[in-house]
Design a protein around this ligand. Structure first.
Ligand SMILES: Nc1ncnc2c1ncn2[C@@H]1O[C@H](COP(=O)(O)OP(=O)(O)OP(=O)(O)O)[C@@H](O)[C@H]1O
Ligand SMILES: [Mg+2]
Length: 511
C-alpha cells in the first residue's frame, strides 16, 4: 500500500465525510500569474533552472513580431526526459520541504511556471536529455486551461518555439519559450511602436539584471556564458575592484543551524578616487545611494542587491559607499524566508544583532570616507597620475587625535609666507589662528543638516575661483615657470583640481 493510502486509512472518523473542493483551474491560473515578478526577476528564475541543470551557455532571445513576439531562454544543460518534463510543468511539482542537491538553485517547484505566466499566457518547453534521441515538448496555454477548466498540458509546440527545435536536437539542453506575452508587451494592438520600444528596453534591463544577479557564475573557473540577443552579459560585482576599496577586516562568520552565514563589509572609494567610468560602474543599475547595504547571496546567486534589511537606518547619501556581502547556502532558505521569486530574504532573528553591529560599523567608516576632503595620504589629482596638493592636511597629533593643518607646501600659502620676516610671522599667526579655531562641532552640525547639499569648495563662487586661478598662474609665471608647465601644476592643486576643465581652458586663454 502506498504511503498516501495508508494516511487516508488512518484518518479519524470525523475526517471521512468530505466534499472535493479542488481549486478551479481558471481561477488559480490568474493567481499563479500574480506573484509580483518583474520581467527581470522572472527571467532570473529561469536562469536558476538552467544553472541548476549545469548549463554552460545560456542564450536569451527577445524576438519582436508584434503580438506574436516571443522570449526564449535556451540552454545547453542536462535537459529532461519526457517523464521529468511533464512533472516539471506541473505547478507545485516539488514540495519546498524536499531535500535538494547543494547546487540546486530551486526550492518551491513553481518558478518555471509562475515566472513564465507572470509575463506570458503561453509557455512551451522543448528539451532533450543526453541519451534521449528525441526532443520532448510540452506546452501550457492559459486560455485553454481557463476555457476547459482542465489542466491540459499540450504535447505540441508553438510556431515560435519550433525555431529552437533544431538547436535542442543538435546540442541537447532546454528551450523555454514565452508567447502571447500580454504582461510583458502591454497593449501591442493599440500602440505597436511603444510596445516595441518597451520590449527592447526590457531586453536591456534584463541583461543588466542578470549580470548583477549571476556575476559570480560569470567569472573564474567553470564560468558560464549568458547572452541576450547575442550580447554577452557582463558580470557586475558590487565590491568594485579598485585599490581604494577597503575591506573592513576579514568579516564575520556566524554559525547557524548547522551551517554558516558569512558577512564581509566593504567601503567603496570616495568619488575623487574614481574615474568617470568607474564612478558609473559603481553606481550599478539603481545608483549609488540605492545600492548601499547588504548584498545577500544564496548559493552564490544574488537575492538582495543592497538593502539594510532593518539592521540600520535609511539609505542615506552619506552612507552610500557601504556594501556588506552576506552569504548563506540553501539549507537556510526557511530561516531566511526566501520567496518564490528569489528576490527577497529576511535575516533570521538571531543574527540580527550581528548584522546590526556590522551595519553600524560599516556605515560609520563609509561616512568618514564620504565626508573626506583633505587626506592623510592624498590621492591622485583628478584625471592625472600625480598626487593631489591639498589645501588642508590631516595629521595624527601625539594625543592620537586627528587634527587639520593648512598645507604650508601649497603654492598659494607658500606665496603668502614668502615675504619679509615680519609678514611671514603675521601670516603664520593667522594660519595657526584659523587652524586652532575651526568650529569643528558647528561644522559637524551644519553638515549633518545639509548632507545632500554639500558643495565642492568654490563651486558656488566661480568668479572667485577664476580670480584665484589667474593670481596663481601669474605667481608661477612670474617665478619663471613656462605658462603650460604652470597649468600642468595648477590642475594638481586644490581647489583648482576640482575644476580641471576651467583650469585647462587657461591654455587657450579662454578663461
Ligand atoms: N532549464 C532546465 N533544464 C533542466 N531541467 C529544468 C529546467 N527548468 C526546469 N527544470 C526542471 O523542472 C523543475 C521545476 O522547475 P521550477 O523552476 O518550476 O521549480 P524549481 O526550480 O524546482 O523550484 P523553484 O520554484 O524554487 O524555482 C526543476 O526542479 C527541474 O527539475
Ligand atoms: Mg526554478
Amino acid at each position: 500500500m502506498t504511503d498516501r493510502a495508508e494516511t487516508v486509512k488512518a484518518l479519524p472518523v470525523e475526517q471521512q465525510d468530505w466534499d472535493e473542493a479542488a481549486p478551479r483551474p481558471e481561477a488559480l491560473v490568474e493567481s499563479l500569474r500574480s506573484f509580483g515578478y518583474s520581467p527581470e526577476t522572472a527571467l532570473a528564475d529561469l536562469l536558476d533552472n538552467s544553472i541548476s541543470a549545469k548549463a554552460v551557455n545560456v542564450d536569451l532571445f527577445f524576438v519582436w513580431d508584434g503580438p506574436d513576439s516571443h522570449v526564449a531562454v535556451v540552454d545547453d544543460g542536462n535537459g529532461m526526459t519526457a517523464e521529468i518534463l511533464v512533472e516539471a510543468m506541473r505547478p507545485g511539482c516539488m514540495s519546498p520541504l524536499e531535500a535538494r542537491k547543494a547546487t540546486d538553485l530551486g526550492r518551491f517547484g513553481l518558478g518555471l511556471k509562475t515566472a513564465s505566466f507572470s509575463q506570458a499566457r503561453e509557455l512551451t518547453v522543448l528539451t532533450r536529455s543526453k541519451g534521449d534521441p528525441d526532443v520532448q515538448i510540452r506546452r501550457w496555454n492559459l486560455d485553454l486551461v481557463a476555457g476547459t477548466g482542465q489542466w491540459r498540458l499540450l504535447k505540441t509546440s508553438s510556431s515560435q518555439a519550433e525555431r529552437y527545435r533544431e538547436r535542442i536536437l543538435a546540442s541537447g539542453g532546454t528551450a523555454v519559450v514565452w508567447t502571447k506575452c500580454d504582461r510583458l508587451l502591454g497593449d501591442v494592438e493599440k500602440d505597436p511602436e511603444k510596445a516595441n520600444d518597451r520590449f527592447l528596453l526590457v531586453a536591456a534591463q534584463v541583461q543588466a539584471h542578470l549580470g548583477m544577479t549571476f556575476h559570480r557564475f560569470l567569472v573564474g573557473r567553470g564560468a558560464r556564458k549568458i547572452s541576450v540577443n547575442g550580447n554577452a552579459v557582463k558580470p557586475w560585482d558590487p565590491v568594485l575592484q579598485h585599490p581604494a576599496t577597503q575591506a573592513l577586516g576579514a568579516g564575520d562568520r556566524i554559525p547557524f543551524m548547522g551551517s554558516v552565514i558569512t558577512a564581509r563589509p566593504y567601503v567603496l572609494p570616495h568619488r575623487s578616487k574614481l574615474s568617470e567610468e568607474q564612478q558609473k560602474l559603481g553606481a550599478g543599475i539603481r545608483g549609488w545611494t540605492a545600492h548601499q547595504g547588504f548584498y545577500v547571496y544564496r548559493n552564490n546567486r544574488l537575492v538582495v542587491a543592497g538593502d539594510w534589511l532593518g539592521a540600520a537606518g535609511a539609505k542615506d547619501e552619506h552612507t552610500k559607499l557601504a556594501r556588506i556581502v552576506v552569504d548563506f547556502d540553501a539549507s537556510l532558505d526557511l530561516a531566511w524566508q526566501i520567496d518564490v521569486k528569489k528576490s527577497t530574504a529576511r535575516p533570521p532573528g538571531v543574527v540580527m544583532d550581528d548584522l546590526r553591529r556590522l551595519a553600524t560599523r560599516t556605515r560609520r567608516s563609509a561616512e568618514e570616507v564620504y565626508r573626506y576632503r583633505g587626506n592623510i595620504v592624498p590621492g591622485l589629482a583628478k584625471g592625472t597620475d600625480r598626487p593631489l596638493i591639498v589645501a588642508w592636511e590631516e595629521f595624527k597629533a601625539r594625543s592620537g587625535d586627528v587634527r587639520l593643518r593648512l598645507n604650508r607646501k601649497h603654492p598659494l600659502i607658500e606665496d603668502a609666507l614668502s615675504g619679509p620676516a615680519s609678514q611671514k610671522r603675521a601670516v603664520e599667526r593667522v594660519l595657526k589662528f584659523v587652524e586652532e579655531t575651526i568650529p569643528t562641532s558647528l561644522i559637524g552640525i551644519r553638515l549633518a543638516e545639509a548632507l545632500d547639499t554639500q558643495s565642492t569648495p568654490y563651486e558656488t563662487r566661480p568668479d572667485e575661483l577664476v580670480k584665484l586661478l589667474h593670481y596663481a598662474l601669474e605667481m608661477m609665471t612670474t617665478a619663471g615657470m613656462a605658462r603650460d608647465k604652470a597649468i600642468d601644476e595648477l590642475v594638481l592643486l586644490e581647489p583648482f583640481s576640482n575644476f580641471p576643465a576651467i583650469t585647462e581652458s587657461l591654455r587657450d586663454g579662454a578663461t
